[in-house]
Design a protein around this ligand. Structure first.
Ligand code: ATP
Ligand code: LTN
Length: 334
């Protein structure tokens, strides 16, 4: 609790360009929740280097991502928006938690298996202990709730297990975090292969709508989206392509999938795809305009980065000192 409010923590990697999946599955929920909680929204640049990055590009993307958080509606005066690498406590707590995490647990992580298959030439120890750094992110701020997409559930479960293990040994040190999943949009699928999630690292750019795509590109990708030949306007798993488009349209327009089915029943897929394109464009346009505005205001962004890093550092240090004491590190001499 901070000032009587429950704490929320979440983060995104600054790798690749953000997709509509990231926005509808994560960022949009963050904005909805931000009034209710004391929020920490982190750009997890330390996680990014588990995959080889070009330094200049990473720096640029990290800043663009931070600006995007703000553009999406997160006020940096009310939400702690910061870079993971600016708060040394993340790495320090991660090291300690590494010693309370079993290799057997990490071996089960599906993201590690997927990413090591994708980057077989660079299966580094950081990629392997990635979930421990994520646990440190969350536990450092004593987060009560963590909004993520479905794909991160396994990491959240591991975080809870590590926290419970630590608490059992040392008393109530960490708050046990709950996952928060949005009702619709928790898993937006690729437009080209609706059995796979829309991902910013997808090789096929037609599968993903990027948040910075211009309207023509968005419309083209929506029109090209894979559907089926059933001709029935139904919301069901047997028609994954259509189901995904219904999800996208529903979250963008703020209605339920049932409302969308009622609206388009009896109409052709072609007409619906155009409506999906328009709905997505109407969500992306204001977002893009806000990003452009922020990019021009260097001083505002810099001030927000500095202030929030200090705020995050303050709360992180509080937990870290407690943990260091519990595990037996000598007290600092003041
Ligand atoms: P990558 O493809 O590089 O692994 P990603 O697109 O999965 O990246 P992350 O940085 O891992 O993106 O995820 C950021 C947040 O967005 C997480 O909370 C994640 O659950 C959510 N998210 C990512 N993709 C989707 C999706 N297709 N649908 C819903 N939520 C998603
Ligand atoms: N692993 C997450 C990003 C992430 C995160 C976190 C999310 C790193 N630390 C803490 C929530 C809370 C991902 O790949 N989406």
């Amino acid at each position: 609790m901070i000032d009587g409010k429950k704490v929320l923590f979440s983060g995104m990697q600054a790798t690749g360009s953000l997709t509509l999946g990231n926005y509808l599955g994560a960022l949009k929920n963050w904005v909805t929740l931000s009034g209710e909680y004391e929020c920490f929204y982190c750009v997890v640049d330390m996680h990014s280097i588990t995959i080889r990055q070009d330094p200049a590009t990473l720096r640029k993307r990290a800043r663009a991502l931070l600006a995007l958080y703000i553009a999406a509606g997160l006020d940096p005066k009310k939400n702690c928006i910061y870079y993971q690498s600016h708060v040394s406590g993340h790495a320090e707590l991660a090291w300690i938690l590494n010693c309370y995490t079993y290799m057997g647990e990490l071996n089960r992580m599906t993201q590690f298996k997927d990413k090591s298959a994708k980057h077989a030439d660079n299966i580094n120890a950081g990629l392997y202990t990635y979930p421990v750094l994520m646990a440190a992110d969350i536990l450092l701020y004593q987060a009560d709730v963590v909004p993520v997409g479905v794909d991160q559930m396994q990491h959240l479960e591991l975080t809870r297990n590590i926290a419970e293990r630590f608490n059992k040994l040392y008393g109530d040190v960490f708050t046990i975090p709950e996952v928060y999943l949005g009702k619709v949009g928790a898993k937006i699928m690729s437009l080209q292969d609706p059995t796979r999630k829309m991902s910013k690292s997808d090789e096929n750019p037609n599968g993903s709508i990027y948040l910075m795509d211009d309207p023509d590109t968005v419309m083209r990708k929506c029109k090209k989206a894979v559907t089926d030949s059933e001709g029935c306007f139904c919301y069901r798993p047997e028609q994954p392509g259509l189901k995904n488009l219904i999800d996208i349209y529903s979250v963008c327009t703020g209605q339920t999938p049932a409302d969308t089915v009622a609206e388009f029943e009896g109409k052709g897929y072609g007409e619906f795809k155009v409506a999906v394109g328009e709905a997505v464009i109407s969500v992306l346009k204001p977002l893009q305009a806000e990003v452009a505005k922020l990019e021009k205001d260097k001083a505002y962004l810099d001030a927000a980065i500095k202030e929030n890093a200090e705020k995050a550092q303050y709360y992180a240090t509080k937990t870290l000192r407690k943990v260091q004491r519990k595990v037996g590190f000598p007290d600092r001499i003041r």
